[in-house]
Design a binder for this molecule. Structure first.
Ligand code: XMP
Length: 513
């Protein structure tokens, strides 16, 4: 956790699914914030001295005996509070109001009326769509509160006690489906909490660098560099903080895209840090021989990665800290807490217990992708690295369906290169957030010249997304797809059919394996 002397907002977490998103939105508004458990003691909160507190949503019913509660003291501190979803209910309950099961639950987009005399809705239209997700509702407000928004089924969609600077919202202002939701949060931060917006990535970088320096001292630091945005930004940040005390090991597993290994090397070999590139293609391909099952492939790659890394780390000798470029979406998707494990991400959880080190540094673990990119630019990384689309740790191995061979990898690399090249030429590379080719390993009959072919089908995938947790398929114009298709079948031997993936996530995932 990065500590800061800036104005800050404390987000108290009641276990809802959008909690980190709230934090992300607050930071988008230029205000630093930290997420802590709702159990954080009032003493600790006083010590942190936040400008405001936000209670998040959560899955419980506040009137049940074991539900998370907030101590009444919190409301006496004079700190502005905004309760969202479960948060408004927790506030209502704590202050003597009544929360009950709603006669009609509301889920999804809901037409809502606002009282624009409330500072929460300052400058906004008096009606709009909000994103609701609740079965309980405020039946009776606590004394001193008034309702400042309602829907057809919910008389208190927002409430305020302006004198005490206490506010509550039943819907989710943090999700994009709520019209002007960000502005409502902005109003809370600026008009109610008095924030001035003194938080920028420049500050984050400065603070993080100072704290890393202090923590590391003269110690040695080791980082596994994949060349992806996250590990590159982490490497740059660490390098700015501790220079050549940092060694970056780039395990080239032979599962990278075309030319990628060389590009990574070119980007980092001139820096002050120690850069080691390990050519481990053979090791990985040997271990993947005959393996078809996606999870098994992922596990093997994860394990082998650790072994190769271990061999290199031994050469370096004693290391004090290990850096991980983990970011928040990886943490959720890898099944922390109660979420189901969809895919094993090899960059999370698989901590190498062989390296003798004092501790882990995860300088990006609270940041979303867009924040990591901003930080990368702030640190002076080149555009092409910062805007590099996400690439899975197991690389092209999860884009070759079934068994991975060098031949298939080469076909995929060439097809993928053409696809990326055409997307870039069409000026779509920022619009489409992730796009790549998949070698389906399915073969079909075609005709080329006058002869029959029996070759591979390549699938193209392009998605638009804000957080990679849900995604839509990109509407790539037909003429672009046409060019890509023609180029791939003409230029890449072994491919005679191209298909475009038109599934959203969910139900599909972005990667095919
Ligand atoms: P899925 O396929 O789960 O992917 O919808 C979501 C995002 O995560 C990327 N991805 C990975 N990233 N290690 C990573 O760092 C992995 O093992 C991994 N698997 C998938 C994927 O490319 C997409 O951006």
């Amino acid at each position: 956790m990065i500590n800061t002397k800036h104005q800050s907002i404390l987000v108290l977490d009641f276990g809802g699914q959008y909690n980190q998103l709230i934090a992300r939105r607050v930071r988008e508004c230029g205000v630093y914030c930290e997420v802590h458990s709702y159990q954080l003691s009032p003493e600790k909160i006083r010590e942190m001295n936040p400008c405001g507190i936000i209670f998040t949503g959560g899955p419980n019913s506040v009137y049940l005996p074991d539900s998370p509660r907030v101590p009444a003291q919190l409301f006496e501190m004079g700190i502005p509070i905004l309760g969202i979803c479960y948060g408004i209910q927790a506030m209502c309950h704590a202050l003597g109001g009544k929360v009950a099961t709603a006669i009609t639950s509301e889920y999804g987009k809901t037409q809502t009326q606002f009282d624009v005399s409330s500072p929460l809705f300052h400058g906004l239209p008096s009606s709009g769509i909000t994103w609701m997700s609740h079965t309980d509702y405020i039946e009776k407000q606590p004394d001193g509160f008034r309702s400042v928004a309602h829907t057809d089924h919910c008389p208190v969609a927002a409430m305020e006690c302006a004198d005490r600077k206490l506010y509550g919202i039943q819907y989710h202002p943090e999700v994009l489906h709520t019209e002007n939701g960000l502005q409502m949060l902005h109003n809370f931060l600026y008009l109610i909490c008095g924030c001035t917006g003194d938080w920028t990535m420049e500050d984050y970088a400065k603070t993080a660098i100072a704290q890393i320096r202090e923590k590391v001292g003269n110690g040695k630091v080791l980082l596994a560099l994949s060349g992806g945005v996250d590990s590159s930004v982490a490497a740059e940040l660490m390098s700015k903080a501790v220079g050549n005390q940092l060694t970056c090991i780039f395990v080239d597993h032979g599962l990278m895209r075309k030319n990628e290994g060389d590009e990574v090397e070119a980007a980092f070999s001139g820096s002050e840090l120690n850069f080691v590139r390990v050519d481990a293609e053979k090791r990985f391909l040997d271990r993947l021989k005959g393996v078809e099952e996606p999870e098994q492939k992922r596990k093997i790659i994860g394990e082998e990665f650790i072994r190769v890394f271990e061999d290199e780390a031994r050469r370096i000798g004693k290391v004090d800290y290990l850096v991980q470029g983990t970011i928040y979406p990886d943490v959720i998707e890898s099944g922390s807490g109660d979420a189901a494990v969809i895919k094993s991400h090899h960059n999370v959880g698989g901590l190498p217990d062989y390296v003798d080190f004092k501790g882990i540094i995860e300088p990006l673990h609270l940041l979303f992708k867009d924040e990591v990119r901003k930080l990368g630019l702030e640190l002076g990384l080149p555009d092409y690295l910062v805007w590099r689309q996400p690439f899975p740790g197991p690389g092209l191995a999860v884009r070759v369906i079934g068994e991975v061979t060098r031949e298939k990898l080469n076909i995929l690399r060439d097809a993928d290169f053409i696809f990326r090249d055409e997307i870039r030429k069409a000026g779509l590379d920022r619009e489409i957030h992730q796009y790549f080719a998949v070698l389906t390993s399915m073969r079909s009959v075609g005709v080329m010249g006058d002869g029959r072919t029996y070759d591979y089908t390549v699938a193209l995938r392009g998605v638009t997304t804000t957080d990679f947790m849900t995604a839509d398929f990109a509407r790539i114009p037909y003429p672009v797809l046409e060019t890509v298709s023609a180029r791939i079948v003409n230029e890449v031997k072994g491919v005679n059919r191209i298909v475009y993936d038109v599934t959203t996530k969910p139900p599909a995932t972005i990667e095919w394996e």
